[in-house]
Design a protein around this ligand. Structure first.
Ligand code: AMP
Ligand code: ZN
Length: 435
């Protein structure tokens, strides 16, 4: 197979050369980190007063891990390393409570990120001849804008349909002949089940490649999408704390996701001991971003579980490959690509005076899509009320969740003391999905 590199020199550099690039990137990141209130203190506490205090890459281990809670505590500007006037964009993702995780970017950051995404799209073998229909949400979530700019940088025509509106997705796919689609795997399956119903045929479409990510999925699901549509599916991994898409993607060999190691420093750690494990051993993914000025993040604990696939890839790239994400070390749920922490649902419920103390979150598959049911007890005085009031309360809970955490759950109201009470630690989530 002929491999087209976007930048062969970078993509195939030796590990020794890569280490030099990474050390330079790390020093640059530390330079910016020292300008933030958060890291100024953190780094000084471990004796890092200047980038020159990092002599080798191994010195990164002196730096403590950064967590989502650190980002929350630093909200809104504790991690900002450049003057506000220099910032050109922000993105936000779910925090564990109502406070989101915010990442600021200056123009330098957006340029570097855009190039990473353009390269990611080229890894799957796409070129400027391809047309990209981008079905990921445009907005605070990074998936839409990242692929939009990255696709344009590669010279593709980008069709920015954003998410949802399946019938319109179909008519745009037919009329503008997208050859590459960016979507969540669950949406690809959902769309398939709607083709006939919406009056289309598979032969109306021209899709060859699907960039699928934002949520965990098995190799079986990838194969299923490939067989149903007659396409190749490429797993694409990113998180907003590390910009978003552009962190890791499968190449044409579809055997693990090459991490953009010139821009990210990857460690896999044992989440129990916090010690780094060797390539091949599963653990938690920890990433440091080496290409961003406005919001430097060092040794960020992603909570995603994976491992490095040992050995060289046939494509000739030297960047290591991550196996598909196997799960999380925390309780974050991913609902149709949207991150939700049970604590966010709890916070919304507990702020409503009608709601009692016990609740349960159940996640199921409704066809190809995820469906959340929130079962909550309500106070006895409210329960005896009219059914219309109960329906209005249900609608209010749903609307509040839709507005703040972007999910539309089924809401079930239960009488006080009617939901099961756990004997030990409360079990608030029942996830019936299988990856
Ligand atoms: P966000 O910061 O909102 O973009 O969410 C990032 C999270 O989505 C990651 O930490 C993962 O848990 C999940 N995620 C993103 N891409 C993938 C993927 N390809 N496979 C599995 N999980 C993913
Ligand atoms: Zn490869």
């Amino acid at each position: 197979m002929e491999i087209k590199y976007r930048n062969k020199e970078i993509e195939t550099m030796s590990r020794e050369e890569l280490a030099k690039v990474q050390l330079a990137g790390l020093k640059e990141t530390v330079k910016y980190a020292l300008r933030t209130p958060f890291y100024k203190e953190r780094l000084r506490n471990v004796g890092i007063e200047s980038p020159e205090d990092l002599k080798t890459l191994a010195d990164i281990k002196k730096i403590p891990f950064t967590t989502k809670n650190d980002l929350r505590d630093g909200f809104p500007e504790g991690f900002l390393a450049v003057p506000k006037s220099e910032v050109v964009r922000l993105h936000a993702s779910s925090g564990t409570t109502g406070i989101p995780t915010v990442i600021y970017h200056n123009q330098h950051d957006i340029d570097r990120w855009t190039e990473l995404v353009a390269r990611a799209v080229s890894l799957i073998g796409a070129t400027n001849e391809d047309i990209l229909q981008n079905m990921m949400t445009y907005g605070l979530f990074t998936g839409g804008l990242a692929l939009h700019y990255g696709g344009e940088r590669l010279g593709m025509m980008v069709v920015p349909t954003s998410s949802g509106n399946t019938r319109r997705q179909f008519s745009f796919l037919r009329d503008f002949k997208a050859t590459v689609v960016h979507a969540t795997p669950s949406y690809m399956l959902h769309m398939y089940s709607k083709i006939e119903e919406e009056g289309f045929k598979l032969s109306d479409f021209h899709i060859k490649k699907v960039i699928a990510g934002a949520e965990p999925y098995s190799a079986d699901i990838a194969k299923k999408i490939e067989n149903l549509y007659g396409v190749d599916v490429y797993n694409n991994y990113g998180l907003s704390e590390m910009n978003g898409p552009g962190v890791a993607i499968e190449c044409v060999y579809k055997n693990g996701m090459h991490v953009s190691e010139d821009a990210f420093y990857l460690e896999i750690i044992d989440p129990e001991t916090d010690q780094e494990v060797e390539d091949g051993v599963p653990g938690e993914v920890v990433l440091s971003i080496l290409c961003r000025q406005a919001t430097p993040l060092l040794r960020y604990r992603t909570h995603d579980l994976s491992r490095v696939i040992p050995g060289q890839c046939e494509c000739g790239r030297t960047f290591r490959r991550l196996e598909r994400i196997k799960g999380r070390t925390d309780d974050m749920l991913i609902i149709n690509g949207v991150n939700v922490f049970p604590s966010q649902i709890e916070e919304i419920l507990m702020r409503m005076p009608e709601v009692g103390t016990n609740y349960l979150i159940v996640v199921d598959k409704n066809g190809a899509l995820d469906q959340v049911t929130v079962k909550t007890e309500i106070n006895s005085e409210v329960f005896s009320d009219d059914a219309r009031d109960l329906n209005a309360l249900k609608a209010r809970i749903r609307d509040r969740m839709k507005a703040t955490i972007f999910i539309s759950p089924n809401v079930e109201l239960h009488q006080s003391n009617s939901l099961p009470v756990a004997e030990g630690k409360a079990k608030r989530v029942i996830d019936n999905r299988k990856i």
